[in-house]
Ligand binder design. Structure first.
Ligand SMILES: [Zn+2]
Length: 253
């Protein structure tokens, strides 16, 4: 490899930044795949359907009652008109008189049946009103819960996205400090080796493949400013220094 002068720490930092970006992006994926949110939405749908059903049944009763009352009112007016006719003194035939009396009788009978039905409906509504109220409270509660969770999820995603954006900016500036041929190698290895191109050697152990470097190879690893190659996993490797732990800790926080 070209021995261009650069701080090999930057290479490790690039790797650590990219690890942190992946971790944040997968956290965003997990937050989006929130089970609590899915079940809260289902619960709200259920509570809403339940309320709509109970409420529309109640509204149906109310509309039947209203119709019956309007009819009773019309029939009362008709009875009144017929009574006025009866006592107006304008009726001359017995047949006509009988017809009016018969019609009044039928109307009164109908009204009485309708009044009974109205009363039944009112009792039924009275029995159902509590269920309607309860279903509304449940629906509202479920909706509030969905909104709360939605807000929490958006906030979490917003925070994670901001962190990821910050990391991407940091990656840009680190990338500028690394020579092109190392960057090229980095990308190549990253694609080939499951996203990890750079390893750190500490006490002759590669922190990625977790294996002890054979003694002969290890003897040649002595320059802290040099980029080596792990003889076991083939990744680029640099010697450990405390600075790397500090960078890792900072990126993970
Ligand atoms: Zn290795």
């Amino acid at each position: 490899m070209n021995e261009a002068k650069f701080n090999v720490v930057d290479l490790v930092e690039l790797q650590l930044i990219e690890n942190a970006i992946s971790a944040r992006l997968s956290e965003i994926g997990e937050v989006k795949n929130n089970k609590e949110q899915v079940s809260a939405r289902e619960e709200f749908e259920r509570a809403k359907d339940n309320f709509d059903k109970i409420n529309s049944e109640y509204a149906g009763l109310e509309s039947s009652r209203k119709k019956l009352e309007d009819t009773v009112e019309l029939q009362n007016e008709k009875i009144k008109t017929n009574n006025n006719k009866l006592f107006s003194g304008t009726i001359t035939s017995a047949k006509e008189l009988e017809n009016y009396q018969e019609e009044i009788k039928i109307l009164k009978q109908k009204n009485s049946e309708m009044e009974d039905r109205i009363l039944e409906i009112m009792i039924e509504m009275e029995e159902r009103i509590e269920r309607v109220k309860l279903a509304r409270v449940e629906r509202d509660k479920a909706e509030e819960n969905v909104n709360r969770i939605n807000n929490e999820v958006s906030e979490k995603i917003e925070v994670l996205k901001n962190i990821a954006e910050g990391l991407k900016k940091r990656r840009e500036s680190v990338t500028l400090r690394i020579p092109d041929d190392y960057l090229k190698k980095y990308k190549e290895l990253k694609d080939k080796k499951g996203g990890i191109a750079v390893a750190v050697l500490k006490d002759n152990i590669c922190n990625i493949c977790n294996m002890q470097i054979p003694t002969i190879a290890a003897e040649g690893i002595e320059d802290i400013d040099k980029v080596y190659r792990c003889p076991l996993c083939g990744r680029m490797a640099v010697m450990h220094r405390d600075e790397l732990d500090a960078i890792k800790k900072e990126l993970e926080s």
